[in-house]
Write a protein that binds this ligand. Structure first.
Ligand code: NAD
Length: 420
């Protein structure tokens, strides 16, 4: 996302807050408090890379809100990440944690680097450098990071190691980071939790709007952690994944792509356009395909006023954060396309992060079955709550999700009491 895009994302996030607060009659002083991030930290660090040269990196940590608990949100590694983009994502995390009902606020981090060009050793150097530089702003009662675009479980293991090392202990006192390897106190199923949660909400929504998942046609933009798991889950449920894309290009097969082979290809470092399967597709055409469900699972601002009118799908499930611009949202609504908003659709990850947080605090070990059962229950319950609210008030799923969550945060501020 370019710098200006980050500014637009933040402006849109603030606009959403104003609109919802106006509709819900939230007091102006509370709105002002929710509009501002509690802390916006800009860091720079200069680690020595494995080539023997040092390089300066910029990074950002934003704690948007801690009224319901410590800030929670992933680390985005991207060459174009900006403080405004991270702030917008942190605000969105505040609504997401409130909506899914976990005792966290919202936060986010960004590191300005292209993770795909770094060797594993240099990635580790980058992550350790970021952790050392940001150490004072991370902690179990302050801000607990997790994976996001460009970061993964291995990186979270290194963050955890940095903290335990700094404390001179083999473990950390409390949970400093989620999405760690299971061996290091991580929870089974965290890596897949976001994608599985997206697939769960899609199935729930499909029942409501009469789409039979078995045989349905699905297009997935982005084939990383989230996109590949959604594709696999829906493929296993009998859907035809007719198109997938990554940052390099897209592939299409109207009979359905072979998702297990595609995952294998990507896990071995392959790019989507290089795979010998189906046919090449211009990535710009993915959203215009004749299909039932579209899952944007890449980056922000992908469905805009320039392509929303070409969408033929009946449902859009936002695996990515902020993939739809407000203008496009209005157009989709006018055309009765059912949108599962990001703060609901992709909240499975932060829900399972919460399970990991409690597991670490209580020195417990949850099994995959326990995690999946709790994830399924929570996603269904929250989907139903938002769906019911949107029908009762005759508003979109996005407006319903935002109203429920923003009112919850406002209530938490009042319950805590404003400082005299
Ligand atoms: P990832 O880095 O694992 O994968 C990102 C994928 O998107 C890659 O395949 C990449 O090539 C592709 N991509 C990037 N830009 C693209 C573009 N312009 N067009 C097409 N493909 C593009 O990231 P992820 O963890 O899967 O996250 C994807 C999205 O989901 C992000 O918006 C992230 O904020 C959101 N999200 C992730 C989690 C999580 O637990 N990982 C949780 C909630 C939300």
């Amino acid at each position: 996302m370019k710098n200006e895009d980050g500014q637009v994302a933040l402006k849109n996030a603030v606009k959403n807050l104003h609109q919802v607060s106006g509709r819900c009659g939230i007091r102006e002083d509370l709105v002002l408090r929710m509009m501002q991030s509690m802390e916006r930290i800009e860091l720079s660090f200069t680690p020595l890379l494995s080539s023997g040269e040092s390089r300066c990196f910029k990074a950002y940590i934003v704690h948007h809100n801690r009224d319901l608990g410590p800030s929670k949100g992933g680390i985005r590694i991207s060459p174009t990440v900006s403080l405004d983009e991270v702030s917008a994502l942190a605000m969105e995390m505040t609504w997401k944690t409130a909506l899914i009902g976990v005792p966290f606020g919202g936060g986010k981090s960004g590191i300005g680097a292209d993770a795909s060009t770094l060797t594993p050793k240099d990635k580790e150097i980058l992550i350790r450098g970021f952790t050392r530089a940001g150490m004072r702003h991370i902690g179990p009662e302050l801000y607990v990071p997790a994976p996001d675009m460009g970061s993964n479980e291995v990186d979270m293991g290194h963050i955890r190691d940095c903290f335990s090392y700094s404390q001179g202990a083999s473990i950390t006192r409390g949970c400093y980071v989620t999405g760690k390897p299971v061996l290091l106190g991580g929870i089974p199923g965290r890596r897949e939790a976001t994608g599985k949660g997206v697939a769960m909400t899609i199935r729930r929504a499909a029942e409501r709007i009469s789409i039979d998942i078995c045989g349905s046609r699905v297009a997935v933009q982005g084939f990383g952690n989230v996109g590949s798991v959604v594709a696999r889950e829906l493929h296993e449920a009998g859907a035809r994944i007719v198109a997938v894309s990554d940052v390099h290009g897209a592939r299409f097969d109207k009979g359905g792509l072979n998702i297990p082979d595609l995952i294998d290809h990507v896990q071995h470092g392959g790019k989507i356009p290089e795979v010998e399967m189906g046919e090449q597709l211009n990535p710009d055409e993915l959203f215009a395909l004749d299909c039932d469900i579209i899952v944007p699972a890449a980056t922000g601002n992908q469905i805009t006023e320039h392509n929303a009118h070409r969408i033929k799908a009946k449902m859009i499930a936002e695996g990515a954060n902020g993939p739809t611009s407000p203008e496009a949202d209005l157009m989709l609504n006018e055309r009765d396309i059912f949108v599962i908003p990001d703060i609901l659709c992709n909240a499975g990850g932060v829900f399972v992060s919460y399970l990991e947080y409690t597991q670490e605090t209580q020195r417990e070990q949850m099994t995959m079955d326990m995690v999946e059962e709790r994830l399924q229950q929570r996603m269904n319950k929250k989907f139903d709550e938002v769906y019911r609210y949107s029908r009762e008030k005759d508003i979109t799923m996005r407006d319903a999700a935002l109203e429920i969550s923003i009112c919850r945060v406002a209530d938490a501020i009042v319950a805590r009491g404003l400082l005299p």
